[in-house]
Write a protein that binds this ligand. Structure first.
Ligand code: KG4
Ligand code: ZN
Length: 346
């Protein structure tokens, strides 16, 4: 394998929340290819607590980080003894996230960088969700409007042709994923709520009945590009409290809740593309796994003549391939300049 200017082989590490992940990314002549992608998810461990327990997450990362990296190298057919000669950079999520989780990945990356004398590239986890769009996809025309919807963030940004991001609008309270999780909690459905609400909503959508449950579309009429989802959760709570039979109509509540979130997200994204005369729309973040959101945003973009991109399903929720993809567009830094930052901003 040659290492010239147009070729990079990046080992990427992600430990910002409850997934211990490592990936090998090949970047050759502008093309990003995933050579291996290992994810050790702790969801089962945290499920019984109804959310991520930071102390437990950190302990799991410590236990799993070395085996996950080892497996990742093995899957990519790289012998540990050869890694230092083949890998051109190490990328790691430096924030935002849970600091006790982040430090495990960051310190491991620093140790490898020191031992292998390999450059280190710190990556913003939210940016990485966006760059997941560029995996095996060289046809994205910039500038683009990006809708990022995850468990901790919901925002609209512009990505310019030099790969710089500019904030256009963001949530004033709960993130979209958090809203799904809290809605699921109100109906005792389990954690994480997004996939469960989405599955139950599908059950209702497969019946032909109209939905007579109505929830608000918060901030849809405002002039800005900000979002607010905590009122939607409260509106759901009040409706459940008024409805003695709500347990018989859970799929219906899920469908309306999901549609309320999607209506606001799609409307504001389309409005931003129009206002800034931008011809490309991209979707990113864990909630971009939502099938209805994918379908409806795509349809709106097609109708408006905009080109639309979304990550492959396997790269929507937390993974290290997206960290490696982002590293293809970001600069390396000195070993001592990288620290885990729980509130790292774009
Ligand atoms: O990006 P992510 O994996 O982690 C963060 O960086 O936050 O996003 C996790 C969030 C959770 O809130 C989860 O409920 C939500 O993404 N999510 C979904 C779906 N799959 C995951 N929300 C709606 N529909 C889904 N299918
Ligand atoms: Zn994430």
């Amino acid at each position: 394998m040659t290492t010239n200017a147009s070729h990079k082989l990046i080992l990427a590490i992600e430990t910002s929340c409850d997934e211990t992940a490592a990936a090998l990314i090949d970047f050759s002549d502008g093309k990003i290819t995933v050579k291996s992608n290992v994810i050790n998810s702790q969801i089962k461990l945290h499920q019984k607590y109804g959310g991520v327990v930071p102390e437990l997450a950190a302990r799991e990362h410590v236990k799993n980080i070395v085996p996950v990296i080892h497996e990742c190298l093995k899957d990519g057919n790289i012998k540990t003894s050869e890694a230092k000669n083949i890998i051109t950079a190490i990328a790691v999520a430096a924030g935002p996230g849970l600091v006790t989780s982040l430090v495990v990945g960051v310190e491991t990356a620093k140790a490898l960088s020191l031992a292998w004398e390999t450059p280190l590239i710190p990556i913003n986890h939210i940016e990485a969700h966006i760059f997941a769009n560029f995996i095996s996809n060289e046809s994205i025309n910039l500038p683009a409007i990006i809708l990022t919807v995850s468990g901790g963030h919901t925002n609209l940004m512009k990505l310019d042709p030099t790969y710089r991001l500019e904030m256009v609008g963001q949530t004033r309270d709960d993130a979209a994923g958090e809203a799904f999780d809290k809605a699921a909690q109100l109906m005792n459905l389990g954690y994480p709520g997004g996939p469960i609400v989405s599955r139950l909503a599908k059950e209702f959508l497969m019946t032909s009945g109209a939905n007579n449950i109505k929830l608000p579309r918060p901030m849809i009429e405002t002039q800005n590009f900000d979002f607010s989802f905590s009122g939607l959760k409260t509106a759901l709570l009040y409706q459940l409290q008024k409805d003695k039979d709500w347990q018989k109509r859970i799929p219906q509540y899920c469908a309306e809740f999901q549609q309320a979130v999607i209506d606001v997200l799609v409307f504001k994204t389309m409005k931003a593309a129009k206002k800034f005369s931008i011809g490309t729309v991209m979707l990113a973040g864990g909630v971009s796994a939502n099938a209805e959101l994918r379908t409806q945003l795509k349809a709106s973009c097609e109708k408006a003549g905009l080109s639309f991109h979304m990550p492959e399903l396997q790269y929507t929720t937390d993974n290290a391939a997206m960290i490696g993809a982002a590293a293809c567009f970001r600069q390396e830094t000195g070993l001592h300049n990288i620290i885990a930052k729980p509130n790292l901003e774009i």
